[in-house]
Design a protein. Structure first.
Length: 194
């Protein structure tokens, strides 16, 4: 008969995850968890799954549970999200080079853009401070007006490529870009700008 080899054998009274820390003595018997008063715990709290990757079914169950919790506790979820955001700000985990969008303090664009705040104001004035899609003016809107690049090219800052839109109309433009380019070019032609 061969020897039985026990991998990662841990002394009694120490955490079975292999961290080397002593476990606590059980203070009361719990038959459901197979814990007997006076014996040592097998793990320190939180160490029973340490270094053990979760299966896809476990991850799916955790995801569903988390979604249900967020749905049933919207106030707590909002506070939790705000607390996490503020903690990240205090820790500085999203500043400068720690931010995923950081490019060494320089823009991704190699060419300097010419669309300044003054030019944006000129375009809004030219368009009568109205959204050129829904024709609401800035007094009717709660949000400020935006200047949109008709051809979606941020480097093409020519006057005939710029149009004033409100935020709700501007947010619709992410789909069917070709249709929107044609639509706004026709609008500019009708207005005599192109």
């Amino acid at each position: 008969m061969g020897k039985i080899i026990v991998k990662n054998a841990v002394k009694r009274g120490y955490c079975n995850c292999g961290c080397g820390q002593k476990t606590q003595i059980i203070t009361h018997t719990n038959n459901n968890l197979n814990k007997i008063k006076g014996e040592c715990n097998n793990f320190i709290t939180g160490h029973h799954t340490k270094n053990i990757p979760k299966t896809s079914s476990q991850k799916e169950k955790m995801s569903i549970t988390r979604k249900i919790w967020y749905k049933n506790n919207p106030d707590k979820a909002e506070l939790k999200n705000e607390k996490t955001r503020l903690t990240n700000i205090k820790r500085g985990t999203h500043k400068n080079e720690k931010n995923v969008n950081w490019y060494g303090g320089i823009s991704k664009l190699k060419i300097k853009r010419t669309l300044t705040n003054n030019k944006k104001e000129e375009i809004k004035k030219r368009d009568g401070y109205r959204c050129q899609e829904c024709f609401r003016n800035r007094e009717e809107l709660e949000q400020p007006l935006l200047v949109h690049h008709i051809d979606f090219d941020k480097l093409n800052d020519e006057d005939n490529n710029l149009i004033t839109l409100c935020n709700p109309c501007h947010s619709k433009l992410n789909y069917n870009r070709e249709n929107w380019i044609n639509h706004f070019q026709n609008v500019q032609i009708q207005r005599g700008i192109i």
